[in-house]
Design a protein around this ligand. Structure first.
Ligand code: ADP
Length: 350
């Protein structure tokens, strides 16, 4: 027997054989032992051994079956290696994923921080810029009052120019502030009774100063009723934005029409002009933040006005649409419920 056993374990095997003779028992193939056999040339190979004993004429015999399992063992080792590799790869991928998750979290934090910084800057800058602007405006008013003598006309012309520019700047700053507040979710509808006709006349009067020579705003209201229960400031902002755009984007000597209609529980505001119109390819982007049509670059603006208008309309439960022919004019139509029914939140539409 011992010639089949690797030299290193031969002596131990003799002992094991005597032990077995003393207490013979059946041992199935394999049974968890890693055994090796030895070839004539001294090389070893994996084997499995089963043991059985039996008696013939009171003579005990032991039968051992030895099978060469080196190919199976080889396959098992290969499988084990593959499993280890797979486990390593899973560990590596998990670590990579954790790392990626961490980077995304850090980027998100940085983004939040940047956003809050932007927000604080916009709010601070807008507030701080408005104070000197209002001082400039009051001094300009005083200069206009004191201007006498042969240069009076020139002084008045320049004073009007300064007033116009200060107003433009103030509107811009107000737009930045409004948008920031809207995006922070800080704006709420405060409904109150508003006389639409009264509000429109007031605004038309105010906006007349923006008109170019020969431009007129023509206002008409349809319907017996003229009172809505809505947020007055938002309503005024929408009207004033649509009207100032109509004035800005149309030439001298052209009419701007403002039509309001109050019927069946809703207020319709229509503002039309005979101005430059909006190129067809730009129309789908008109309500996006900072978007300005390709033909508008000679006119001052930020591209925020209509975005704010739409966000206010969302809050008021209203909506807006427009039709425009390049070179011929544009009509905006906003519809708002007569009574604010719910406090909608502005959809996040960029
Ligand atoms: P702003 O006028 O400050 O640029 P708005 O958000 O009010 O920003 O308008 C976005 C763009 O829509 C404008 O830049 C302009 O290209 C276009 N637009 C708006 N109203 C009119 C109009 N009445 N006629 C032609 N183009 C208009």
């Amino acid at each position: 027997m011992e010639t089949l056993i690797p030299e290193a374990v031969r002596s131990r095997h003799q002992q094991q054989r005597s032990d077995y003779q003393r207490d013979p028992h059946q041992r199935p193939m394999g049974s968890g032992l890693e055994l090796n056999g030895q070839r004539r040339d001294g090389t070893t190979f994996a084997v499995e051994v089963s043991l059985n004993h039996f008696a013939v004429n009171d003579q005990r015999y032991v039968m051992g079956l030895v099978s060469d399992v080196s190919r199976r063992r080889h396959a098992e080792r290969a499988l084990q290696r593959t499993n280890q590799e797979l486990e390593q790869r899973v560990e590596q991928r998990t670590a990579e994923l954790k790392q990626a998750e961490q980077s995304v979290r850090e980027a998100l934090e940085a983004e939040k921080e940047l956003n809050s910084l932007k927000s604080r800057f916009v709010s601070m800058a807008s507030h701080e810029f408005r104070t000197p602007l209002s001082t400039i405006m009051s001094s300009v008013d005083l200069i206009a009052r004191y201007a006498e003598g042969p240069q009076k006309d020139k002084v008045e012309r320049h004073v009007a120019k300064i007033r116009g520019k200060v107003r433009e700047l103030t509107t811009m700053l107000n737009d930045f502030l409004s948008l920031d507040k809207l995006e922070q979710g800080m704006v709420r509808c405060t409904p109150q009774e508003v006389d639409v006709v009264h509000l429109c006349i007031e605004l038309v009067e105010e906006l007349r100063s923006l008109c170019k020579p020969g431009q007129e705003i023509d206002f008409d209201h349809e319907g017996h009723d003229r009172v809505v229960v809505q947020d007055k400031q938002m309503l005024a902002h929408i009207l004033s934005n649509l009207l100032s755009n109509a004035i800005k984007y149309s030439p001298e000597n052209e009419l701007v029409l403002l039509r309001t209609r109050l019927a069946d529980g809703s207020l319709t505001i229509e503002v039309s002009d005979r101005g430059m119109g909006i190129p067809k390819e730009d129309q789908q982007h008109l309500f996006e933040r900072f978007f300005r049509a390709s033909n508008a670059f000679t006119v001052q603006g930020t591209g925020l006005g209509l975005n704010i208008v739409r966000k206010y309309l969302d809050l008021m439960g209203g909506h807006i649409s427009f039709t425009s022919e390049p070179g011929q004019g544009t009509t905006f139509v906003a519809t708002i419920p007569q009574h604010v029914t719910h406090e909608a939140h502005p959809a996040d539409r960029g």
